[in-house]
Design a protein around this ligand. Structure first.
Ligand code: 3H9
Length: 697
């Protein structure tokens, strides 16, 4: 079937688009659609219906064309042809009409949609703003406040909500084409006017004073340095104050500025990296997958409970196994409490909560796991305990059941060796809180079968996670890199900085939280206890842990004890600094023979981020991660790395690998520490004048 086809059904011309997988507005599609509209002006049709084949209406401009030379017709030109049509054009929407796709619908004279359809302008999530009239037409139809919310959030809304907002004229039950044809015939019979959204004037009296300023203030806080959200507000403001054509010009200029920004480049990179990460190199696309209809989770602690919730949330029954009734009741209680919080936030109904809870069953007996399709072990981080659990699972579970470990560090191959079925063993590393965080590191052991890898990568999507495949090494992709980042945070602290300064530098740069505030949130006792089990040699340089050790020994475990690197208000949890902590840092520095000095913001930033990049490069050269983009996905979805910087490896490309390499060498010379020696891959890329991206493609 051609990309754009046309047929006359009685007096209605039907233009059908077919550009799988999501009907993106490629040049061929734009051209075909414009030609179809033009041709239809001269036939016997009295109205035109625009409808799409496949799973969705147009999901937006073709993002892969961005950054390439423009090709004619532009989206704007195509939309003008639609709006100029002398016959009413009716968009018939199913699936998701997003970005340029929804802008196309807005340029039509009328819009109908299936009840299940969603519409939205998600450009902000790509560091962009709607560049084909979206900022001008949306407020004209739905009012300024709805437009601001829709465009600055980027979140789509359902057809019914869109109908209430005036963005959709009719919600169609049953067959969409039939419904759209019936609607078109009605419009023809009523001699309905050509309703061109561009001709609507917004009544300024309906726009509250200060609205735009307030919005900008709110967004400046939330968007932390991103340019697109503030530009969106300015464009909507222009829709109110300027004639349509001038508003469009303002939108165009700002769209181009966003498009050329490194922020949007990074966010577009993340869009494709997320999708690429789900693909497994060397694995046949047709690899069989196993059905996962029931799951067991071993360990009802915070992690195990969170993992169980993921499955119950999508209707998969879960058995939660604990060693005693008491532990089990405590675990189930935590899950119930967590669901209660979600209900109180209005994100879940009481009925949905009850349904989820009914899917989670407790047991203390391994025999009850005989029939489950997948088991995820989430017990204490201790190899011997994990091996014991896997040996029990090997005896209890049916052949073909997948046995997964949620370990953050342990060797998946050694755990697999405790069973007689290492091909069925895999790591599924969830991030805390496991019911919230999107990242899932899927850790393939030496012997893990392709079928098990393919099944778990697919399952990740079912439970709405973003999976990234890793090979086995200490800490896998994310935590292995994090150790280097955390090390530099500690060294900057003891060498002269303060928790506030380090956290502020990193947060202003875009990290969701600073590294020391993260320590307080997670609880410093966890790492403290883990360190206790290590030899001095394994622990490494005392400068990297003497401060948190001392804080824990003072009872400052972090937020849960009301104090850690900071003090926390018991009610509001607001943090404040404590001179006692600075004194402690100074004492520890003196004890370690460190002469404290001024460390500037750039040094803090480069030491923390370049440490991540160098370890990331080593992870790539060892084949632990499949591609640089996968590391970026791990950091964006698991560690609060700013999407507008594109993850550590993309960021390295934007900084320039030569600069990264030179800075690493400088750190190496200054400190003499082997870990600052640039990774061999980095050296190779610098001498070849290549980026990580070029190396990967
Ligand atoms: C825009 O419109 C700008 C305009 O305002 C102005 C212009 C002047 N382009 O996500 P999936 C690919 S900006 C190119 O796995 P799902 C995707 O890479 C755009 N490719 O499916 C993947 O490829 P592969 C505003 C695209 O069912 C395949 O399609 N629009 C595009 O889970 C399937 O994707 C957006 O931001 C695209 N626009 O979700 C919407 N979209 O199979 C972006 C998808 O090779 N898209 N692909 O890996 C989405 O949010 C989701 O893809 C969607 C489907 C919800 C549509």
């Amino acid at each position: 079937m051609s990309i754009v086809s046309y047929q006359l059904i009685d007096n209605i011309g039907v233009i059908q688009l077919n550009n799988p997988p999501v009907n993106a507005l490629s040049q061929a599609l734009r051209q075909g659609l414009q030609q179809a509209i033009t041709a239809a002006q001269n036939d016997s049709s009295q109205a035109l219906v625009l409808i799409c084949e496949g799973r969705t209406f147009i999901a937006g401009a073709d993002i892969s064309e961005f950054g390439k030379p423009p090709s004619s017709p532009s989206l704007g030109e195509m939309l003008t042809s639609i709006e100029d049509s002398q016959k009413p054009v009716i968009a018939a929407i199913h699936g998701t009409a997003l970005g340029g796709g929804f802008e196309t619908a807005l340029a039509c004279h009328y819009r109908c949609a299936a009840a299940t359809a969603k519409v939205g302008l998600p450009e902000v999530k790509l560091g962009l703003l709607p560049g084909a009239g979206g900022t001008q037409r949306t407020p004209r139809l739905a009012g300024v406040e709805v437009a601001l919310e829709l465009i600055t959030s980027g979140n789509p809304i359902g057809a019914l909500q869109a109908e209430q907002a005036g963005l959709i004229d009719r919600v169609v039950d049953g067959d969409l084409l039939e419904g759209a044809l019936a609607y078109a015939r009605e419009l023809v019979a009523d001699a309905a006017p050509l309703r061109r959204v561009r001709d609507i004037t917004i009544d300024t009296a309906t726009v509250p004073a200060e609205l735009f300023d307030n919005y900008k203030t709110k967004l400046a806080r939330r968007a932390r340095g991103q340019i697109a959200p503030l530009h969106i507000v300015s464009c909507v403001e222009a829709a109110v104050e300027l004639p349509f054509e001038e508003g469009l010009k303002c939108e165009r200029e700002r769209f181009m500025e966003c498009m050329q920004s490194t922020q949007s480049g990074a966010m577009r990179h993340m869009f494709f990296a997320e999708r690429e990460a789900a693909k497994i190199k060397g694995l046949d696309r047709g690899t069989a997958t196993r059905e996962i209809n029931s799951v067991a989770v071993i360990g009802g602690g915070t992690m195990g409970g969170g993992i169980a919730m993921n499955f119950a949330n999508v209707g998969i029954p879960v058995k939660l196994l604990e060693i005693s009734d008491e532990a089990l009741q405590r675990g189930l209680g935590i899950i119930e409490k967590n669901y209660g919080i979600t209900v109180s936030k209005g994100k879940l109904s009481e009925t949905q909560k009850e349904h989820c809870l009914s899917l989670i069953d407790g047991t203390t007996n391994y025999d009850d796991l005989a029939d489950v399709d997948l088991v995820i072990e989430a017990v204490f981080e201790n190899l011997d305990i994990k091996k014991q659990v896997f040996s029990q699972l090997d005896s209890a579970c049916k052949p073909g059941a997948i046995l997964a470990t949620n370990t953050s560090y342990q060797d998946v191959d050694l755990i697999a060796a405790a069973t007689r079925r290492p091909a069925d063993v895999i790591g599924l590393h969830f991030f805390s809180p496991a019911n919230v965080m999107k990242l899932l590191e899927v850790v393939r052991g030496e012997k893990t079968s392709d079928e098990v890898i393919a099944t778990t990568m697919k399952l990740a999507k079912t439970i709405r996670k973003v999976p990234v495949l890793s090979r086995v090494c200490y800490g896998f992709i994310g935590n292995r890199m994090l150790r280097h980042y955390a090390r530099e945070a500690q060294l900057c602290l003891i060498e002269g900085s303060t928790p506030e300064r380090i956290d502020t530098v990193m947060q202003n740069w875009g990290m969701a939280m600073g590294p020391l505030a993260v320590g307080d949130l997670a609880g410093m006792d966890i790492a403290y206890n883990a360190r206790k089990a290590l030899t001095d040699e394994q622990k490494g340089n005392p400068k990297t842990y003497c401060i948190p050790d001392a804080l824990v020994e003072m009872g400052r475990l972090g937020q849960k004890s009301g104090a850690g690197y900071y003090n926390y208000d018991a009610k509001t949890r607001a943090r404040s600094s404590d001179v006692g902590v600075i004194q402690l840092v100074e004492e520890k520095a003196a004890a370690q023979g460190v002469a404290r000095r001024e460390i500037n913001d750039e040094e803090i930033l480069n030491r923390l981020i370049f440490a991540l990049i160098n370890e990331g490069a080593k992870i790539l050269e060892e084949g632990i991660a499949q591609r640089p983009g996968d590391i970026d996905v791990v950091y964006a979805f698991g560690y609060g790395f700013p999407v507008s910087r594109g993850g550590p490896m993309h960021y390295a490309d934007t900084v320039g690998l030569q600069k990264v390499y030179d800075t690493l060498n400088q750190f190496h010379q200054q400190t003499g520490e082997a870990y600052w020696q640039p990774a061999a891959l980095l050296e190779e890329l610098v001498s070849a004048g290549k980026t990580f991206k070029e190396w990967a493609s």
